[in-house]
Design a protein around this ligand. Structure first.
Ligand code: C2E
Ligand code: MG
Ligand code: MG
Ligand code: MG
Length: 293
């Protein structure tokens, strides 16, 4: 009888769930142990300033080295972590690790590089956010000028008053704020103009739309850049993959670019080696050069 029940359970488990649900189920469970098992890792993707072609910043992007599945990308496990609340300890791990990384890089001869950290909605809207961030700043003694927080437009619209207060406090602490995936949400220009922001990151869907003679995406990009300038914000294009995209962005006076054209996100060690060897930048100058001749 027990055997039968066991068998039934087994059947329900396997027939009632498709592969994706099964994977999510296992993941939610495994994610709880990911931090203590040291399975989480941060990759870094450089941001290149188009004026001087220098790497002045980078974005930290989380990876999960799952023992059975290998590298799991955040689009798969961050939404699960938001559902279960695991995003809170994971988010703290990310912030603390980035602060420690900034400190370790600060003592080298490298020029200071500002690192951007992604905050998801649930994480950004936790009640004691400021206290938790302050605690990590105190513990790590990081220079907050080298820290940037990326939030999406959807976060801005969740609780406008609280968000404004939080952003003001973060800025007082010396942390920079950028709006990620900009152009995909619905924030009003009026509202944006009242927020203490530093930069807008043009969503990669517009950037990738630059290929061919696509006029719509080009004019969206042009408007976002002129909006950013009029609000005194810097503007970064995400997901830049081709020289065609690069040239258009440069012609529109976009401040910085980020994308596979310069480098994919890479582990910390590889990132710092590439910086030291100046490996991110020649790619651009080389291609710019070819395009000019
Ligand atoms: P995002 O913040 O918009 O990050 C940009 C994503 O585009 C990254 O995907 C990056 O690897 C990818 N990307 C960069 N350049 C190119 C390119 O030239 N072409 C293409 N096709 N893609 C490019 P990734 O690393 O898989 O991250 C996906 C999303 O997961 C991020 O989007 C962010 O929303 C979230 N995420 C990543 N790390 C964290 C984290 O530490 N905490 C939280 N809460 N969310 C994170
Ligand atoms: Mg981001
Ligand atoms: Mg983005
Ligand atoms: Mg995104």
């Amino acid at each position: 009888r027990a055997k039968e029940q066991g068998k039934n359970k087994y059947n329900v488990f396997h027939t009632g769930m498709n592969m994706q649900t099964y994977r999510s189920f296992i993941m939610q469970n495994d994610l709880r142990k990911a931090i203590e098992n040291e399975e989480l890792e941060l990759y870094y993707q450089p941001r290149i300033n188009l004026q001087n072609q220098q790497v002045l910043g980078a974005e930290a992007l989380i990876r999960w080295n799952h023992p059975n599945w290998g590298i799991v990308r955040p689009n798969e496990f961050i939404p699960l972590a938001e559902e279960t609340g695991q995003i809170i300890p994971i988010g703290e791990w990310v912030l603390r690790s980035v602060c420690e990384q900034i400190c370790s890089w600060e003592n080298t001869e490298l020029s200071p590089i500002r690192i951007a950290v992604n905050f998801s909605a649930k994480q950004f809207l936790q009640v004691d956010l400021i206290e938790r961030i302050q605690q990590i700043l105190d513990e790590t003694q990081v220079n907050p000028q080298l820290l940037e927080i990326e939030i999406t437009e959807s976060v801005l619209l969740k609780n406008e008053e609280l968000t404004l207060k939080t952003l003001q406090l973060l800025r007082k602490m010396g942390i920079s704020i950028s709006i990620d995936d900009f152009g995909t949400g619905y924030s009003s220009l009026h509202y944006l103009s009242h927020l203490p922001l530093n930069s807008l990151k043009i969503d990669q869907s517009f950037v990738q739309g630059i290929t061919e003679n696509e006029r719509k995406n080009k004019s969206i990009i042009t408007s976002i850049i002129s909006l950013a300038k009029s609000l005194n914000l810097s503007v970064i294009a995400e997901g830049v993959e081709t020289t065609e995209q690069l040239h258009f962005l440069a012609s529109q006076n976009c401040d910085e670019i980020q994308g596979y054209l310069c480098s994919p996100p890479v582990p910390a060690l590889q990132f710092i080696e590439a910086i030291q060897n100046n490996a991110f930048v020649p790619m651009i100058s080389e291609r710019k050069h070819t395009a000019v001749t």
